[in-house]
Design a protein around this ligand. Structure first.
Ligand SMILES: [Zn+2]
Length: 63
């Protein structure tokens, strides 16, 4: 299994579905990524479970 997994989520600003590459070698991480559609910065919270599957949650920067 690759350490980089593609995850899909909805942008908290424009609601478009976008994909991000998540580094599964790190169990828990938070970082900022710009939306590919509206280019606004969103905060991504990533949690990788014991099987190595990432769960991604996106939040607006001002929330
Ligand atoms: Zn957006």
């Amino acid at each position: 299994m690759s350490l980089l997994e593609e995850c899909f989520l909805d942008c908290p600003y424009c609601g478009e579905s976008i994909s991000v590459l998540v580094d599964c070698s790190c169990e828990e991480q938070t970082y900022i990524e710009d939306c590919q559609v509206c280019c606004r910065p969103m905060v991504l919270h990533v949690n990788v479970d014991e099987q190595g599957y990432p769960a991604v949650y996106a939040q607006g920067e001002d929330e």
